[in-house]
Design a protein around this ligand. Structure first.
Ligand code: FES
Ligand code: FES
Length: 174
């Protein structure tokens, strides 16, 4: 079934190498070759967003991208979305606090799409949030709590930014 490619991908900050058959999707590479099964597969044709991961910081659907196309790029999966010590990240915590998940099938994709939004926009409007999540389908929670989670997370990112600035300011006056 076609040629295979040796690929090297920076996955969640760690260099991972593997052999990917020409037609292997990035989702299958992450799940089957690397064991990162937090990337979910729903429709497998680019509609539901369950397979969303970040490629160089931008959300993409890993079911419609070939693994070989990720060669030399950085990928973040839900396993890499938390803190380095294994704790939950801000967006993950706020999903829990706002009850923004039920079955959780869509959640990895929602969290990563939300994180990508908040990395570039600390004050997203409801319309910004809806646009950022427009490619991610949730069939059981509804979007109100998911919006609320991202709104709360945005507030915490802003607070964190302020504290960092204050910290830097204090150090420059030492
Ligand atoms: S599984 Fe990739 S978009 Fe649905
Ligand atoms: S929490 Fe079930 S699909 Fe979203």
């Amino acid at each position: 079934m076609g040629s295979s490619h040796e690929i090297e991908v920076l996955v969640n900050g760690e260099t991972r190498t593997g052999t990917a058959p020409g037609r292997m999707t990035l989702a299958d590479f992450l799940r089957d070759e690397l064991g990162l099964t937090g990337t979910h597969l729903g429709c497998e044709h680019g509609v539901c967003g369950a397979c969303t991961v970040l490629l160089d910081g931008e959300p993409i659907r890993s079911c419609i991208m070939l693994a070989a196309q990720a060669d030399g790029h950085a990928v973040t999966t839900i396993e890499g979305a938390g803190l380095p010590d294994g704790g939950l990240g801000i967006v993950q915590e706020e999903f829990c606090a706002a009850h923004a998940l039920q079955c959780g099938f869509c959640t990895p994709g929602m969290v990563l799409a939300g994180q990508a939004l908040l990395e570039r926009n600390r004050r997203p409007t409801t319309a910004d949030i809806d646009e950022a999540l427009s490619g991610n389908i949730c069939r059981c929670t509804g979007y109100v709590q998911i919006r609320e989670a991202l709104d709360r997370a945005a507030g915490r990112y802003r607070l964190q930014d302020e504290q960092t600035e204050v910290g830097f300011g204090a150090r420059t006056h030492d």
